[in-house]
Design a protein around this ligand. Structure first.
Ligand code: UDP
Length: 235
C-alpha cells in the first residue's frame, strides 16, 4: 500500500478505493513537539478502539465523521479528506496551556465552554490563532469557521455527557476536520486519551496523555481503564 503521510501516532495509506484511506495506529507517544518520545505497547490498539467507539457514538447522535469501519486491531478505514491544518481545542475546565498562558491553576470549571484554534504547524510550534488569523491565512472561509465551531461544541456536548456517565470529566480535547472532494467538512483524525484530558470524577486521577507528558506512569493502563468504562452499558 502506498503511504501518503506518516504522523507521530498514525500512518495514512492509500487504498484501492480512491475515496478511502487507511489509518494505522502506532504505539509511538510524543509530546512537546516531538522532544519527548517513547513507545507505549498497545497504545495504538487502544486508541483505535476508543476512537472507533467515539466516532460511532457521534454518528448515532447525528454527527458523522470520516470513520467508515475497523479493519483490524490497529487499522481504521476512513473517508478520504484533506485535513484543514487547524487544531480545534474545546475546553470545559482550566488545564494545560490555558492554565500556563494566563497563570491559572488547573481544575476550575469554565462558565462558558471555550473553543480555541491552533495552526497545525510543527515548525512554528502550533501557534494560537484567532478566527481573523484563520481567514487571513486562507485556511477556511468565515462560514466554514463558524461551522467548525458549532460542530466542535456539539461534539463536546455529546462527549461530555457520555464521559460523565462513566464518572469521567472531559476537561478538554483537540479535534481536527477535513474537507471531502465535494467540499463538505467532516470530523477527522482521532479522538482518544492522546487528544483529550480525562479526569476521574471521584479521585481526580488523570486518565490521559498528561500521564506521559508529566512522567506519571501507568499510561496505557489508564487508557485501558477509559476503554473499559466506555464499554460498560450506559444506565
Ligand atoms: N492536544 C492535542 N495535540 C496537541 C496539542 C493539544 O491532542 O498537539 C490536546 C491535549 O491533549 C488537550 C487539549 O488538546 O486535551 C488542550 O491542550 P493544551 O492546549 O492545554 O496543550 P498542552 O497542555 O497539550 O500543551
Amino acid at each position: 500500500m502506498n503511504k501518503i503521510y506518516e504522523g507521530k501516532a498514525k500512518t495514512v495509506y492509500e487504498t484501492e478505493n480512491s475515496q478511502e484511506y487507511l489509518l494505522y495506529f502506532k504505539d509511538d507517544a510524543t509530546a512537546f513537539n516531538n522532544k519527548k518520545h517513547d513507545i507505549l505497547e498497545n497504545k495504538g490498539k487502544l486508541n483505535n478502539r476508543i476512537s472507533t467507539f467515539i466516532f460511532q457514538l457521534l454518528e448515532k447522535q447525528g454527527m458523522p465523521s470520516h470513520f467508515i469501519k475497523n479493519i483490524s486491531d490497529r487499522e481504521m478505514l476512513v473517508k478520504k479528506v484533506k485535513i484543514i491544518p487547524l487544531e480545534v481545542v474545546v475546553r470545559n475546565r482550566i488545564a494545560g496551556s490555558l492554565a500556563k498562558r494566563y497563570g491559572l491553576s488547573e481544575g476550575e470549571e469554565l462558565k462558558n465552554t471555550m473553543v480555541e484554534f491552533y495552526y497545525k504547524n510543527d515548525a512554528l510550534d502550533d501557534p494560537l490563532m484567532t478566527e481573523d488569523h484563520i481567514y487571513m491565512m486562507r485556511l477556511a472561509a468565515n462560514e466554514e469557521i463558524q461551522e467548525i465551531r458549532e460542530m466542535a461544541l456539539r461534539i463536546n456536548k455529546v462527549l461530555k455527557n457520555f464521559f460523565l456517565q462513566k464518572k469521567i470529566h472531559l476537561v478538554d480535547f483537540k479535534i481536527e476536520f477535513g474537507r471531502t472532494e465535494d467540499g463538505r467538512i467532516l470530523l477527522a483524525d482521532e479522538i482518544s486519551p492522546d487528544s483529550c484530558r480525562l479526569w476521574d470524577v471521584t479521585t481526580g486521577e488523570k486518565l490521559d496523555k498528561d500521564r506521559f507528558r508529566r512522567d506519571m506512569g501507568r499510561v496505557t493502563e489508564s487508557y485501558e481503564e477509559v476503554f473499559n468504562r466506555m464499554r460498560e452499558a450506559c444506565v
